[in-house]
Design a protein around this ligand. Structure first.
Ligand code: FAD
Length: 300
């Protein structure tokens, strides 16, 4: 078995796969080591949303992130354009002020703010397309020491893998490997019978077959999450405010967001960490993967 590579990426979620894909396309020898294909990135449908929350905060570098994501994702599958944000009339002036001077294409409709350059995508087919043709080793990283990865094997010994540079993209569940701190927020998505071609977001969001959101408190460490009955009730009651009815659902998905402030790309001993995007991972991953590529190429 090959025991080294120029760059070893830990994790095959959207952060790891976007990075590995760009490095691979740039001719770098890149190997991905991951337990599985995506984890939190398997949130069934992901919004690409530049205007966040109920306060209308415009995401930092939203213009650059939008440009990078539209250059990247459509090469690997469909991205649905547009998100409707049904902002209450009383709040609209404040939101308008926040959008002033920003290059975020939008229109104000009777129903609210329509973000025409925002969008949403189905995650699982995208992750599979991104992974195609990459050198992926499915294994658990037990620990990381500078640029040496110690992999858990079924035998009583561990296997060592050396990287010219290591890129940590192991998300919430692998965060103990790099000890960067941050906060962990559990949340759930209901799989709806109805298909929402038009994404809507205010409090919770609907897109595709998803009704998602989270209101649970942050935690200081990672613990796996399972949907709790009171979350289902909360999602349905918020959906009623958003849609005027409670959509029928068949099952649920649960995950944990990992949030680091303020920079998602950090130098760590032996390489870099690209992680901690909170609920904006699909929004920022292409921009930050490009930045990481430039750093590895020595261009910034
Ligand atoms: C309810 C909810 C709704 C959300 N909605 C959105 C949304 O609309 N838009 C959006 O952009 N984001 C959304 N998110 C956030 C998104 O799900 C994640 O933040 C994001 O996908 C994380 O990507 P990642 O690549 O950093 O990590 P992950 O997808 O978690 O990937 C981590 C990878 O590392 C691997 N790994 C971890 N530890 C090890 C180890 N020790 N050894 C080997 N491999 C390891 C895992 O197997 C996995 O492949 C939502 C999250 C929740 C909970």
């Amino acid at each position: 078995m090959k025991t080294g590579a120029e760059v070893v990426v830990i994790g095959a979620g959207i952060a790891g796969l976007a990075t590995a894909r760009l490095l691979h396309e740039a001719g770098k020898e890149v190997r991905v080591v991951t337990r599985e294909l995506g984890e939190a990135s398997r949130v069934p449908d992901a919004l690409l949303n530049p205007v966040r929350g109920k306060r209308g905060t415009v995401a930092p570098e939203a213009e650059e992130a939008l440009e990078a994501l539209w250059d990247f994702y459509p090469r690997f599958g469909p991205v649905r354009r547009g998100i409707l944000r049904p902002v209450p009339v009383a709040d609209r002036e404040v939101w308008k002020g926040k959008l002033e001077g920003r290059r975020i294409p939008h229109q104000w409709l009777d129903e609210g703010l329509y973000l025409e350059n925002a969008g949403w995508l189905e995650t699982t087919p995208l992750l599979h397309r991104l992974a195609e043709g990459l050198d992926i080793l499915y294994a658990e990283v037990e620990r990381l020491e500078l640029n040496t990865l110690y992999l858990r094997t079924p035998e009583p010994r561990t296997l060592r893998l050396r990287a010219g540079r290591v890129v940590y993209a192991g998300g919430a569940s692998g965060a103990h490997l790099v000890g960067l701190g941050g906060r962990f927020t559990p949340g759930s998505v209901l799989h709806t019978q109805e298909h929402f071609k038009q994404a809507r977001s205010y409090g919770v969001y609907v897109a595709g077959h998803s009704l998602g959101g989270s209101y649970l408190p942050h935690r200081q460490t990672y613990t796996p999450h399972q949907t709790e009955p009171h979350e289902i009730e909360w999602l349905l009651s918020e959906a009623e405010k958003l849609l005027g009815y409670r959509p029928a659902y068949s099952s649920s998905w649960a995950g944990v967001r990992y949030r680091l402030d303020p920079d998602y790309l950090k130098a760590i001993p032996g390489g870099y960490a690209l992680t901690g995007f909170g609920s904006a991972a699909y929004f920022y991953a292409p921009l930050y993967a490009h930045r990481l590529l430039k750093r590895i190429q020595g261009k910034s």
